[in-house]
Write a protein that binds this ligand. Structure first.
Ligand SMILES: [Zn+2]
Length: 508
């Protein structure tokens, strides 16, 4: 029996102790021990149990905690932060309290004990902890997760990945994606692809009865992410024109996750071309878009020269990066902020990221139906990804709106991903992030809330406030009853109905 399956068994023993076979196995050999701590075997135990005992050590190295209310997690010894390491291994303190729970590092006011974190941890780690929502009772129990996947669910596949890369995580490569200079929707798309969140037929078939997992285009194979984006003959034809011939074999041999990461992170074993990351992202995005149009739009004609369209967009993105004033050619539409209707309040929220400081921040503002400033807020968060910053922005803004007693709230965010996660349009594998759950709890309260996506051009005031957070001294939320002077002209633009051009690409 291979290691991945043994790990899966251990995972089930701990997480599904009431399943019959788990009960039987544990009852026979478990000796009432806590499997989270360690397991033992005797020479007369079954070969299966001995194999499980043999793999336990490595299994345990992969367990991470998912923060709920923080009562059960040991602050220093358990692995619960985004770094995936125990904090014990990062501190330079000579004496630590090894009985300290995570919850005990939260002040009575409900915020992280900032002084404790800063004085006991290296600043990079302290900033990661600060960016996590400080645990509350309503966050539920702490639970364990599997370190190898971003959603903290165990899959046999993730155990294979773990084995094949020797436990290295891919954290660094996400930065390559989020720091890529190009349309945000393409970044979001690729993030979803890498997390197996594209709605392929294969995925649909797992949920719905009677849906065929096969590729509707070639009907040769299951329509998985990798099939649509690379292995379907339609996609393959595009790639063989884009990928240098000496790289072709390599390109088509990797599994989905590795394939995506190699191609976006410009690794030495990847394709040596300056524009490759952009070419790869743009090609994947087009292949997926064309696939959807073929299925959902009756009158869609598949382009006769797809590689030309891809390379043209690659050039445009490249030119745009060299000269920010040189906008894309294409159809231009005008987008601006719109006042909410009578009796409603509008919340615009946003997240921001400062590369040079590796810091994330967020901010937002509430305005009435005349466009008048009600409240603004800004908060320096710590170290987290772009999506995390967007979540903070929405959560804090909604909390303020609720406390101020507004009954009708329109929320606008320029993160399509976040809006889709909250509204349930984007499926989340496993347990949703704490902030998403908290926002969903706020939605259940006795008020009317609409959550909408807006473009960045309609969200400029919130963007300003998110960036304003980097000038704050503390990590606490900064609430502004009156508007800061620097934002006046943007507010004026919004009220007067000024619109920004946005260039929309049309596929001909
Ligand atoms: Zn196909």
């Amino acid at each position: 029996m291979n290691d991945a399956f043994l790990m899966k068994m251990l995972w089930n023993l701990i997480n599904k102790p009431n399943d019959l076979w788990c009960k039987v196995l544990y009852g026979k050999y478990g000796r009432n021990g806590d499997l989270m701590v360690t397991i033992h075997s005797q020479s007369y135990d079954s070969p299966l149990w001995k194999a499980l005992t043999g793999i336990w050590e490595r299994f345990h190295q992969n367990i991470v905690w998912q923060l709920g209310n923080g009562n059960k997690i040991n602050f220093w010894l358990d692995r619960w932060t985004p770094s995936g390491k125990s904090l014990f291994s990062t501190t330079n303190q000579s004496f630590i309290d090894t009985t300290l729970s995570v919850r005990e590092v939260v002040n009575p006011s409900g915020e992280w004990n900032y002084d404790f974190l800063i004085s006991n941890l290296p600043s990079t780690i302290a900033l990661q902890v600060l960016a996590l929502p400080a645990p509350m009772d309503t966050d539920g129990h702490d639970s364990i997760g599997w370190g190898g996947t971003s959603t903290r669910d165990f899959t046999v596949q993730s155990a294979y990945v773990y084995q094949s890369v020797g436990g290295q995580t891919f954290e660094g490569d996400w930065k390559a994606l989020w720091s890529w200079k190009g349309p945000h929707r393409i970044q979001t798309f690729m993030w979803m692809a890498a997390h197996e969140r594209l709605l392929t037929n294969y995925r649909r078939s797992k949920w719905g009865v009677g849906i065929s997992p096969m590729c509707p285009d070639c009907d040769r194979d299951n329509e998985t992410t990798l099939h649509v984006l690379r292995d379907c003959p339609k996609a393959t034809q595009i790639w063989i024109r884009l990928v240098p011939s000496n790289q072709i074999t390599n390109f088509f041999s990797l599994n989905c996750r590795d394939w995506i990461f190699r191609n976006i992170s410009n690794q030495p074993q990847g394709i040596q071309s300056k524009k490759w990351t952009t070419t790869f992202l743009v090609a994947c995005w087009h292949i997926w878009t064309w696939r959807n149009k073929t299925i959902f739009e009756d009158d869609f004609q598949y382009p006769t020269n797809p590689t030309y369209i891809i390379l043209k967009m690659v050039d445009e993105i490249d030119n745009c990066n060299h000269n920010p004033m040189n906008l894309y050619h294409g159809n231009t539409i005008f987008i601006g902020w719109k006042k909410p209707q009578e009796g409603w309040v509008k919340l615009n929220c946003d997240g921001a990221y400062k590369d040079s400081l590796e810091l994330a921040g967020c901010g937002g503002l509430l305005r009435d139906s005349d466009g008048r400033w009600l409240t603004g807020y800004s908060r320096k968060i710590g170290t987290c990804d772009a999506l995390g910053a967007e979540m903070w922005g929405m959560y804090l803004g909604m909390q303020i709106a609720w406390r101020q007693g507004f009954n009708n709230l329109q929320v606008e965010s320029d993160s399509k991903m976040l809006v889709d996660m909250i509204t349930g349009k984007a499926g989340i594998n496993g347990k949703p992030p704490t902030l998403v759950r908290r926002i969903q709890e706020l939605l259940k309260l006795n008020w009317q809330v609409q959550i909408n996506h807006t473009w960045r051009e309609g969200n400029r005031c919130a963007d300003w406030l998110a960036n304003f957070s980097f000038s704050l001294n503390s990590f606490q939320i900064h609430v502004m009853e009156t508007r800061p002077s620097g934002i006046s002209s943007l507010l004026f633009d919004d009220i007067s109905g000024a619109c920004m051009p946005r260039n929309i690409r049309v596929i001909v």
